[in-house]
Design a protein around this ligand. Structure first.
Ligand code: TYD
Length: 247
């Protein structure tokens, strides 16, 4: 039995609650959506329920591929039990196709296939807009050790290979995604944390390139809820099977 205790952190999309076990916390998913460093705010109906289920499915899948994550188990519609982490103040982005920040940064079009994929470190700071940094910034600022960087990088590529294959079987291109890692327990074991959902990935339908992610909200493309539900259907449905709604 896990009882939800005191709220100790509230972010843009999630809330963290203590439990009776100091090593475990409840991660609760909200419907709130933000974009452009929280300048744009809104609600995506049932996003919390959908992202909780998608994250649960993807963490479970990745654990099966040998990736160590903070996920313990799903608790209810909007919450999962996770290991308490001290978050490393870095965001990893891996890009398989140009979009978003990279297209803007380099003045290039969206939709170019990147081979090899592009790995980026960003410093996790809302105030600074998560700036792009390199290994030397991280080592000089002692945000992580060289050993930790190597581990995060190799785990991130394992995640990319696994998720690319997973979504490919579901007729979706994994364009890019963001990961966060943290240290658990006194041994400071590095675990994949946060969430993996259409809030933190770009997903394009094969062939049509229809966007099935938060870009529908960011760019006012409409049918935001439908896109999240479509991803959920494909994630929990059988690989290779078209979802019921599209049959
Ligand atoms: P990126 O193109 O760097 O930024 P933006 O979303 O502003 O265009 O985003 C790359 C991927 O990482 C994309 O799938 C969204 C995700 N992401 C987050 O989940 N959180 C963030 O704070 C940022 C900057 C990106």
């Amino acid at each position: 039995m896990t009882t939800r205790g005191e709220k100790f952190y509230e972010g843009k999309a999630k809330i963290l609650y203590a439990t009776e076990d100091p090593a475990l916390v409840v991660q609760y998913f909200k419907d709130d959506a933000t974009a452009f460093n929280a300048q744009k705010r809104g609600t995506i109906v049932d996003k919390g329920v959908v992202n909780n289920r998608i994250s649960t499915a993807l963490f479970t899948y990745l654990e099966g591929k040998g990736v160590k994550t903070h996920f313990v188990r799903q608790l209810d519609d909007r919450s999962m039990l996770v290991k308490r982490l001290t978050i490393v103040p870095l965001e990893v982005t891996i890009r398989n196709i140009t979009a978003g920040g990279m297209a803007k940064l380099l003045g290039i079009e969206e939709g170019l296939v990147l081979n090899p994929p592009v790995f980026e470190w960003h410093y996790k700071s809302d105030a600074l807009g998560d700036p792009l940094i390199n290994d030397d910034h991280i080592l000089a600022m002692k945000w992580a050790t060289a050993q930790e960087l190597a581990h995060i990088r190799s785990e991130s590529f394992t995640v990319n290979d696994a998720l690319k294959a997973f979504f490919n079987q579901r007729q979706i291109d994994l364009v890019d995604f963001k990961l966060e890692f943290g240290r658990a327990g006194s041994a400071h074991q590095l675990l994949l944390g946060d969430e993996i959902s259409p809030d933190t990935m770009r997903l394009w339908e094969h062939g049509t390139r229809r966007k099935l992610d938060k870009d529908r909200f960011r760019r006012d493309l409409g049918s935001v809820e439908e896109a999240y539900q479509e991803v959920l259907r494909r994630v929990i449905g059988e690989a290779g099977q078209p979802s019921a709604a599209r049959r």
